[in-house]
Design a protein around this ligand. Structure first.
Ligand code: ADP
Ligand code: MG
Length: 547
């Protein structure tokens, strides 16, 4: 048997890192600024435990763009590096100083550190011909050093005259990356990735005023304690995220640190039309660094329409920071979010039912979709899922029933031969008006199921509510309900009935195998044509899956 060590040839690995590690080149700025934030946080940590002495002044980060020199410079006033540390941290690919620090200072706010893989720094070479690092350690006696590398495995390291503590990273932008020498482009990237980082970041550019404000909000609402925030704070933060949206219906503040770390605020938006394409999505952060708006798996599918922020350093991000499917933490976070949403809905329903009902137009969509797709949520939502009742008087206040309330109100009357509760529903108040009135005349209670999700909801939920049968108000209800129609005299002659049946058959060929013509009570319309529920549903489904 032979044992050995696989050798990595740096001259081969560099092009791979440069080209393929990150699909989006704009993340170089995220990585370098993350390092600057880490350097600042480390100094704070060391100073708080007395390992760094002295007054360090305000931490801040500067990003300077110089179009003439074709450089971008990222400067921080953080921990800095000695010559030996540059050797250790920058000259060893995939050795993460961040990880080392976290291990060494466990329990000292180590969650604030962003770095993990020891590769982020090298993303600088995706956009640069040459990278210079000027750095001076916070340790008084360490001389400042200058490191330079053109992306080949060779580098130079020498002493330099930098007076201030901290690090300047100078990127000499290559020709292919000239797009990054544009102030608007840089501003856009900063806004995307760095908007909520905990250290103030200033963008310096010849067109900028010297006194310009930092580009970031260092204390975003989700990082604060829920008890320190008012309803207005939550609404203002929503506005900060989505300036053009209507105010949200309500929100949930996520704040867990065990067994996983998760913070964030989820907002329920007002949904004008349920099929409206949602462009403002939930944003995923890791230690306040924006990662992605792709939150599939982390957020249950039925809650993808929610908005806001989730932040978790425990979501495993590979180097390209797209996450891994089937990870146990991701699964736990997903379950936690489902539970929190159910808790919040239940609380609203119990404590402020009127308000809850008032929001049902938007809420109903989430709740129904959740009941269809998520078994755990289904269990919870049974308590607060609502049917809107069709009301007899015009302009009357909307009335809502839970399934149990509907059952209590109608049980003796609306049962079919199998003993199932029959939920009578309408999909169109105007077109089905005659049927609704006929049903009401018999004291049936009709509910409104007229949103885009309802046809599928009816089909799926019937399988879960095993003792419930949905029947559209213009279907053959009269046959199925126990309260038989046999004693109802048809007001039509046999000939008239046949003629009418033929008429309906011509109008809806192939679908109408059963047309019944019956007179109902005196205040209802004299003629009612119905169609078996299952045939109608097949037609609905066919229409839905059509182009
Ligand atoms: P990671 O951040 O995952 O550790 P990087 O490749 O981004 O990996 O950085 C490697 C290491 O280089 C860091 O862990 C840190 O020790 C050092 N470093 C990078 N940038 C700075 C900086 N601005 N100030 C101080 N140290 C830095
Ligand atoms: Mg890093």
């Amino acid at each position: 048997m032979q044992k050995g060590t696989i050798q990595v040839h740096t001259e081969n690995i560099f092009p791979i890192i440069k080209k393929f590690l990150y699909s989006d080149h704009d993340i170089f700025l995220r990585e370098l600024i993350s390092n600057a934030v880490d350097a600042s946080q480390k100094l704070k940590t060391l100073s708080s435990i007395g390992e760094a002495k002295g007054e360090f002044g305000d931490m801040l980060i500067e990003v300077k763009l110089d179009e003439e020199k074709k450089t971008i410079t990222i400067s921080d006033r953080g921990i800095g590096m000695s010559a030996a540390e540059v050797e250790k941290y920058l000259n060893q690919v995939a050795f993460s100083g961040a990880e080392e620090f976290v291990k060494k200072y466990k329990g000292q706010n180590e969650n604030a550190i962003i770095g993990k893989f020891g590769l982020g720094f090298y993303s600088a070479f995706m956009v640069s011909d040459k990278v210079e690092v000027f750095t001076k350690s916070f340790k008084e006696d360490a001389p400042a050093v200058r490191w330079e590398c053109d992306g080949s495995p060779e580098y130079t390291l020498e002493e330099t005259g930098k007076a201030e503590r901290g690090t300047d990273i100078v990127l000499h932008i290559n020709e292919d990356s000239a797009e990054f020498l544009d102030a608007e482009r840089i501003r856009g990237i900063l806004n995307k990735f760095c908007r909520f980082l905990p250290v103030p970041i200033y963008f310096r550019h010849k067109d900028e005023e010297k006194e310009a404000a930092p580009i970031n909000n260092t204390q975003p609402a989700w990082k604060k304690k829920p008890s320190d925030l008012t309803a207005e704070d939550y609404q203002n933060f929503y506005k900060e995220l989505y300036p053009y949206n209507e105010p949200p219906l309500f929100w949930i503040h996520l704040n867990v640190d065990y067994p996983f770390n998760l913070t964030g605020i989820l907002y329920f938006p007002k949904i004008k039309q349920s099929y409206e394409i949602q462009k403002d999505k939930i944003q995923l952060y890791s230690n306040q660094v924006f990662v992605t708006e792709e939150v599939k798996d982390i957020v249950p599918e039925f809650l993808m329409l929610l908005q806001g922020v989730i932040d978790s350093p425990d979501i495993p991000l590979n180097v390209s920071r797209s996450y891994l499917q089937g990870d146990p933490n991701v699964k736990k976070i997903n379950n936690h979010i489902t539970k929190k949403v159910a808790d919040k809905l239940e609380e609203l329903f119990n404590k402020e039912r009127k308000e809850f009902e008032g929001k049902w137009d938007s809420l109903g969509l989430f709740v129904k979709y959740g009941m269809m797709t998520d078994d755990k949520f289904f269990e919870r939502a049974n308590k607060f899922h609502l049917f809107e009742l069709v009301s007899k008087e015009e302009g009357a206040e909307k009335k809502f029933n839970t399934l149990e309330e509907y059952r209590m109100a109608t049980e003796t009357l609306q049962k079919n031969k199998e003993g199932k509760l029959v939920i009578l529903y309408t999909t169109d108040l105007v077109q089905q008006d005659a049927y609704i009135r006929a049903a009401e005349a018999r004291n049936f209670v009709v509910v409104k199921l007229d949103t885009i999700i309802d046809p599928s909801f009816v089909n799926q939920i019937e399988m879960k509510w095993s003792d419930v049968h949905f029947t559209r108000v213009d279907s053959d209800i009269t046959d199925n309900l126990i309260d038989k129609q046999e004693n109802l005299e048809s007001v039509l002659s046999k000939d008239e009935e046949t003629a009418l049946k033929e008429l309906f058959d011509i109008k809806t060929p192939g679908l109408t195998t059963t047309v019944e013509v019956k007179g109902l009570s005196t205040d209802a319309p004299p003629v009612v044509a119905t169609r078996p529920e299952f045939m109608r549903r097949m037609k609905d489904m066919a229409a839905m899956s059509g182009p």
